[in-house]
Design a protein around this ligand. Structure first.
Ligand code: NDP
Length: 309
């Protein structure tokens, strides 16, 4: 009985080392190396090759190796009936909160514009905003959204959140569902997106959302690229509805060389690094789930296939 790791990047070895450190007795295999497919009872996946899960006839569960599971649930060859699990990690949440805080403060003080000025030998003092001048709206108050909201509240920001249906106990307003969307957006000078990518949220950051934000709003998308309608964002810049955007995720990653975002003066970009799952930090929960799959115990962080997150 064993685990196989299926990833599309060069991090398989570090995942295997971290899992081995927790459970040296469990055989662990890299999908890209020869291994006995029938011995595999759980796979750990990050953007696995399409169709690859069917190679394992004795699989008991599929463990995502990150917080988002959209790439698993979108696999047209996803075996039916097996539990899909994800990673929930305090570091993932605090790293995300620190990234969003850094981007917000950087925007308030116009730091991206000063970086461009510096490269052009330009001495150009600009006006700035204070924390008390802006209201922040967070789309999605799950593990990550809540951590972001908590840090922003502690820093003094005026925060509100938006969920599908949950009403978490918070000290700030939380709006729900389509009926709460307009009120939520109309109070969000800075809109932070931390929604999962599902059939309901794909393309949700579109013109109708931008139109309901206060004029000159700022967008921070740290969730998934396909949540954003990129053409609509460019149009919202043209009309002045959106003044700044910080994007960590894109429909196509890496972004193509010719993409208009690269040289857009209102857009700051990072290469999907807002918060990265560290194998050492989450290996114990992945192994615990493997043992629960074998022993029939309770699973942690199982996602709902029906909801998509
Ligand atoms: P969770 O599943 O914990 O939370 C999701 C939140 O979104 C919940 O509050 C949920 O509402 C809300 N939601 C879902 N669908 C809708 C909808 N249709 N309308 C309104 N609200 C909705 O997710 P996490 O916080 O763990 O992660 C969020 C996403 O962040 C991940 O799916 C992943 O794509 C992305 N991510 C990005 C990283 C990066 O480096 N850029 C790193 C890690 C994750 P409710 O509470 O009612 O269920």
């Amino acid at each position: 009985m064993a685990i196989a790791i299926l990833r599309n990047d060069d991090r398989t070895d570090s995942w295997i080392r971290a899992l081995e450190a927790v459970a040296p007795e469990i055989p662990l295999y890299d999908y890209h190396q020869p291994h006995p497919r029938e011995a595999i009872r759980m796979v750990g996946v990050w953007k696995h090759p399409p169709g690859s899960l069917w190679e394992y006839p004795n699989l008991l569960g599929i463990h995502g190796l990150g917080a988002g599971v959209d790439f698993i649930l979108e696999d047209p060859d996803l075996p039916e009936g097996l539990p899909v699990l994800r990673v929930v990690d305090p570091y993932l949440a605090s790293d995300m909160a620190e990234y969003v805080l850094a981007q917000i403060l950087s925007g308030l003080r116009q730091l991206p514009a000063y970086t461009l000025d510096q490269y052009s030998n330009r001495w150009n003092p600009r006006p700035y905003n204070r924390i008390e001048d802006v209201r922040v709206g967070i789309m999605g108050l799950g593990t990550l959204g809540k951590a972001v909201a908590d840090l922003l509240v502690r820093t003094g920001f005026d925060v509100r959140g938006w969920t599908a249906r949950s009403q978490p106990a918070t000290g700030y307003p939380v709006f729900q569902g389509p009926e709460g969307r307009q009120a939520f957006l109309s109070e969000s000078d800075i809109l932070v997106c931390l929604l999962p990518l599902t059939p309901k949220t794909r393309g949700i950051l579109d013109q109708s959302v931008f139109d309901q934000l206060p004029v000159g709003a700022r967008l921070i998308n740290v969730a998934r690229g396909p949540l954003l309608n990129e053409e609509d964002l460019l149009e919202a810049f043209r009309t002045g509805q959106v003044a700044q955007a910080c994007l960590d995720v894109f429909s196509q990653e890496p972004l193509t060389n010719s993409h208009p975002f690269w040289n857009h003066p209102g857009i700051s970009m990072t290469p999907h690094v807002a918060s990265v799952s560290e194998p050492e930090s989450v290996a114990a929960q992945v192994i615990a789930n493997y043992r629960a799959l074998l022993g029939g115990g309770p699973l942690a962080n199982e996602v709902s296939r029906e909801r998509g997150y």
